[in-house]
Design a protein around this ligand. Structure first.
Ligand SMILES: Nc1ncnc2c1ncn2[C@@H]1O[C@H](COP(=O)(O)OP(=O)(O)OP(=O)(O)O)[C@@H](O)[C@H]1O
Ligand SMILES: [Mg+2]
Length: 394
């Protein structure tokens, strides 16, 4: 039997535990929009490895079932929003252009997109769709040079076309905290207006907790525009299921003590549960076995080595020396979030000196500020990892 545990980024687990309510809610939201209701733009937020991307992938499946036009966009740190939005809109327009009855609207949408592309210098020869640039002025255009305005024109054109095609459009945006402020602002402004016009465009996003502050900094009404859904570690009952269900097909079980031990080590975080399960599985020969607490204890060190390598060290190694010192200083606290003011004192420094380092670490996605003057790690158990590093250093 193959190993049913799938630690990774966005890999759909064999058993998706504890997210039924969230999924049902998304179904209602998408059905509501399909029936002409208002778009409830939703953002899943939470720390690393908690299952945000998996949920977004699930939404993609639901959108497909409900016949939506959708596109999954992942924003990395060097993400080019305008380029990506241009290609995504091109795809949507192409999909809708097949309908004879909307030909004139499609031509208009193509021209708007072409003017948008030319205004922002997006390199993609294919976006011209055969529209002649000289005739652009006979169409609407998205070429003011003000991104919020132009994106809005593009979204309205797209939304009106979708209405005529009886289609709904879903943008699925992962790692949304990486959007630059002007891009996020343009997106918020456009979605806000699209809602007022009751056009069938919806955003479902996912990102680190930082997104809460970034979006309200971008536009104060973002808090009302988005439904922010916190994704947390699993409740005990669901964590037990995440651990035990994938093995059931192979008649592999866990003793109560083993379950307790593993869930205590993983803090009920989905990524860690998958990783523990995957390592432990090797002891079983893949069929008919009951894991004991001893088994779980025996692979603990291997589990720690694995998560250090696959989850923590890549993130730690992305930081500069000063950032590493900042992170290591944080572990002198035993509770998080911790105060930046107190941290500065512990570092024999002052707040204004350490604040650029703090900001870089937030931008790199390693820290977030749950409230003013406080910071926490975006990676669960990162403090334990840093303590191991300090131990190694002696
Ligand atoms: N509800 C769940 N039940 C069981 N396993 C899950 C669940 N959610 C996620 N997982 C598993 O946890 C791991 C991490 O999931 P995912 O990549 O979606 O997390 P994430 O929150 O997007 O992390 P990151 O912030 O690093 O992108 C994957 O291996 C996935 O299979
Ligand atoms: Mg993710």
């Amino acid at each position: 039997m193959t190993n049913p545990y799938k630690p990774g980024a966005g890999t759909m687990p064999e058993y998706l535990a504890g997210r039924d309510d969230i999924i049902d809610n998304i179904k209602t939201i998408l059905l509501d929009l399909r029936d002409g209701g208002m778009a409830t733009h939703t953002i899943f937020y939470g720390v690393r490895g908690v299952g945000k991307t998996v949920l977004l992938n699930k939404v993609e499946d639901i959108a497909a079932t409900y016949n939506y036009l959708y596109e999954h966009i992942e924003c990395d740190e060097h993400f080019d929003f305008v380029h990506s939005i241009t290609l995504t809109c091109k795809y949507f327009i192409r999909q809708m252009s097949r309908m004879e009855s909307v030909k004139a609207l499609v031509e208009n949408a193509k021209a708007v997109l072409l003017s948008f592309k030319m205004t922002y210098g997006v390199e993609d020869n294919d976006v011209s769709f055969g529209v002649d640039a000289d005739t652009l002025n006979t169409f609407e255009t998205a070429n003011s040079g003000d991104l919020s305005r132009d994106l809005l024109t593009l979204f309205i054109t797209l939304g009106e076309l979708a209405v005529k095609c009886k289609k709904q459009i879903c943008f699925l945006i992962d790692e949304i905290q990486n959007l630059k402020k002007k891009d996020l602002t343009a997106l918020i402004v456009s979605l806000h207006r699209v809602n007022q016009l009751n056009l069938p465009i919806i955003l479902i996003g996912a990102g680190l907790p930082t997104i809460l502050r970034i979006s309200s900094d971008a536009k104060s009404y973002a808090e009302r525009l988005f439904d922010f859904v916190k994704i947390t570690s699993l409740k005990q009952y669901d964590a037990v299921k995440a651990l035990t269900e994938p093995a059931k097909k192979s008649k592999i079980r866990y003793s109560g003590e083993a379950i307790k031990y593993i869930l205590n080590a993983t803090g009920n975080y989905p990524y860690f549960i998958q990783q523990y399960g995957r390592i432990l599985w090797k002891l079983s020969n893949g069929i008919g076995y009951e894991f004991t607490k001893d088994d779980a204890e025996n692979v603990y060190n291997e589990y720690i080595e694995k998560i250090d390598d696959s989850f923590f060290s890549t993130r730690f190694n992305k930081s500069t020396k000063a950032e590493k010192n900042f992170l290591l200083a944080m572990v002198s606290f035993d509770k998080f979030p911790c105060s930046t003011k107190e941290l500065a004192i512990k570092m024999n420094s002052n707040q204004s000196k350490i604040s650029p380092i703090r900001n870089n670490l937030i931008n790199k996605g390693l820290l977030y500020a749950p409230s003013y003057g406080e910071i926490d790690f975006t990676v669960p158990f990162f403090d334990d990892y840093l303590r191991r590093i300090l131990l190694e250093k002696g």
